[in-house]
Design a protein around this ligand. Structure first.
Ligand code: PGA
Length: 263
């Protein structure tokens, strides 16, 4: 696991956008897994800037989103469909036919989830999956107790998540209690994973993700089993890590190798 510690949210966002842009430039028909929430907003802003000012070309990519609230249609302002178009897709040249977001209004949920998994496979698998992390250590909506082998399915949101997400709704009662979410097993099949976290409220979850035991009580900890994970966190989110200076040293080594400088 590569851990990149940035001074603040802005630097985290720029670093993440740089990695996503590199992926798209190296493989223009990349399959990118997108995440929603507050954390990736700065990254998406930077990607839009790179598209508008630097011509970063999204036309050949295929996208899969991690999750969607169950019961919310694409026009609902709090749906993740709406979020993705509002905050990224409407501002870049992604092909609408290549966008996949779980359907919060799916009538046959089981059939829909099965089809979603099949579509990921048909696209050749996810090349780069972007993730946030919840205060309870979830990735996508894989709440504590989710099987580390779970696949796309209907999930029940944890109390903590409902409270955290209430800030996007008028009142807490309006937050949907269920969602369709890729499973931990689905996420672990992505070729590369990029997890972002910012702020002190995420410090415990980040410490558990990087330095805790692998446990379904912190589903993000399953990423320790994946061979190509980059975690980008700001100083506040990194504040509870025990081996911070070692991670910084390793990061420096990676950068020197990338720039082909001798160690
Ligand atoms: P946030 O959500 O980016 O809004 O903090 C992250 C998550 O719950 O995965």
């Amino acid at each position: 696991m590569r851990v990149i510690i940035t001074k603040d949210y802005d630097e985290m966002s720029k670093e993440a956008a740089r990695i996503i842009a590199k992926q798209i430039k190296e493989k223009p028909d990349s399959v990118i897994g997108f995440a929603t929430g507050g954390t990736p907003l700065g990254t998406y802003k930077e990607l839009i800037r790179m598209h508008k000012e630097g011509g970063l070309d999204f036309s050949k990519i295929t996208t899969f989103n991690l999750d969607e609230y169950y019961g919310l249609g694409p026009d609902h302002p709090q749906s993740y469909h709406y979020y993705m178009f509002e905050n990224l897709f409407n501002h870049v040249n992604v092909d609408p036919k290549k966008i996949h977001i779980p359907d919060g209004l799916a009538k046959d949920v089981e059939a829909f989830c099965k089809k979603y998994e099949e579509e990921i496979k048909k696209a050749g698998g996810i090349d780069l999956q972007i993730l946030g992390i919840g205060r309870d250590g979830h990735i996508a909506f894989n709440e504590p107790g989710s099987s580390l082998a779970s696949r796309t399915r209907l999930v029940a949101l944890a109390e903590e998540t409902i409270k955290d997400n209430a800030r996007f709704f008028e009142k807490e009662e309006d937050v949907p209690r269920y969602a369709l979410s890729m499973g931990v097993g689905t996420i672990l099949e992505a070729k590369k994973i990029l997890l972002l976290a910012s702020g002190e409220s995420k410090a415990d979850a980040v410490a558990a993700l990087i330095e805790g035991p692998v446990t379904s009580q912190v589903t993000a900890s399953a990423l320790q089993l994946h061979p190509d994970v980059t975690v980008i966190i700001d100083e506040a989110a990194a504040s509870k890590l025990k081996r911070k200076s070692y991670y910084k040293f390793v990061d420096k080594m990676y950068r020197m190798l990338e720039e082909k400088k001798s160690l």
